[in-house]
Design a protein around this ligand. Structure first.
Ligand SMILES: NC(=O)c1ccc[n+]([C@@H]2O[C@H](COP(=O)([O-])OP(=O)(O)OC[C@H]3O[C@@H](n4cnc5c(N)ncnc54)[C@H](O)[C@@H]3O)[C@@H](O)[C@H]2O)c1
Length: 355
């Protein structure tokens, strides 16, 4: 692998106002203050836009941060951004996320995850035009959802993942395929990261832990799918961004094959906690931490607000990351416990909503 220093580099992060993106921008500045970060985000209203604005507000304190409001599916915009800022490292996190929403809003996935990602690949490709050094590393978000209903656990990047069970998963798998072709054709060093259920402060309100919190606070019942028989590899956001910055600094090597053509400088890794938790256990810790933080009253009748319901289409019963390759190549493994992570979420929630 070739080592890339972040110092004095230009890093383009798409989805910078998103949950993971905003945390990544902060992390980059924590370790390399002299770096320039260009963030793009469409600030779409898939969930509460004020949360994206709040995250962005926190990023505006960094002098070296430039924000561009725009859609990665806008080819001309992406071309202009690459020509103007000439990024050395590109991290593509902008995407339409969520499994269930892809059932009612498929267009959003095709636009952001397919056309948008294609534009990023094309821009990386043309960054080498006229012998320019261009993009040294493209890192992009894939997802644990590519494993579909894989029976074998833990999920390894060596497993065959040709049977997606949602459009979201199909677009993420397509990203990996497109990246492979572009890496081979244009020698773009690329690394795809399959994230496993990421949670934390200022996270996504469409995700279970956040939605459950809102409902419990409003005194509504929460629905626990598959009667609680789901195992999820919950990964704390700080662990995810630690993994991403480490990966950003080590790109797959450019090597020429026997035929004189480049071997694709291409890699895919899992980033997950590698410790799946039962959904009921998770919800139990969540409510304890919500009580501890003062979001819920001490005498909250949790049992009365819990409803066990069947599996939802597109959902999978288990996610469990094999992170051996990540540990081997980057010396890192997520380690934040669910209790510590949910505690931080509960404390943030209390402050953010002034409870
Ligand atoms: N959070 C998780 O558990 C998880 C798990 C697996 C994979 N991922 C992937 O990680 C990435 C980041 O996820 P997140 O949880 O931070 O989600 P997020 O929705 O908070 O962040 C994505 C950001 O991208 C922006 N965006 C969407 N479409 C865009 C477009 N066409 N052009 C420009 N901006 C656009 C959104 O406004 C949003 O701010 C996504 O690619 C997601 O699919 C997340």
């Amino acid at each position: 692998m070739s080592t890339i220093e972040l110092k004095d580099k230009v890093i383009l992060i798409t989805g910078a106002a998103g949950f993971i993106g905003s945390n990544l921008v902060k992390k980059v500045f924590e370790i390399a203050q002299e770096t320039t970060v260009i963030g793009i985000d469409s600030l779409n209203d898939y969930y509460d836009v004020s949360l994206k604005e709040y995250r962005l507000q926190e990023l505006m304190q960094y002098e070296q941060f430039t924000f561009i409001k725009g859609n990665i599916a806008d080819r001309a915009l992406i071309q202009d951004v690459f020509e103007k800022y000439k990024p050395n490292i590109v991290v593509n996190l902008a995407a339409q996320a969520g499994v269930r929403y892809s059932i009612t809003n498929p267009d959003a996935y095709v636009e952001a995850n397919l056309i948008g990602f294609y534009n990023i690949l094309e821009a990386c490709r043309h960054s080498y035009d006229d012998g320019k050094e261009g993009v040294e590393h493209l890192v992009y978000a894939s997802s644990s959802s590519v494993y579909g209903s894989n029976k074998k656990v833990p999920y390894s990047t060596d497993d065959k993942v040709d049977n997606p069970v949602s459009l979201y998963a199909a677009t993420k798998k397509s990203n990996e395929l497109l990246a492979h072709a572009y890496s081979k054709l244009y020698n773009i060093p690329s690394t795809g990261l399959r994230f496993f259920t990421v949670y934390g402060p200022a996270g996504r309100p469409d995700m279970a832990y956040f939605g459950f919190t809102n409902k419990l606070r409003e005194g509504k019942k929460i629905q626990i799918f598959n009667y609680g028989n789901c195992l999820r590899d919950f990964t704390y956001v700080d662990d995810i961004v630690e993994g991403v910055v480490r990966v950003m600094q080590k790109a797959p090597e450019r090597v020429t094959g026997e035929d004189g053509l480049p071997l694709p400088p291409y890699a895919v890794y899992n980033i997950g906690n590698s410790r799946p938790e039962n959904l009921l256990e998770f919800v139990d810790i969540l409510q304890q931490e919500l009580i501890r933080a003062g979001v819920l009253p001490a005498d909250y009748d949790f049992e009365a607000h819990k409803e066990l319901v069947p599996m939802q289409p597109g959902d999978v019963p288990v996610t469990y990351a094999d992170t051996e390759a990540l540990e081997r190549d980057f010396g890192f493994k997520p380690s934040t416990s669910l209790r510590d992570g949910l505690r931080k979420f509960a404390e943030w929630y209390k402050t953010y909503y002034s409870i």
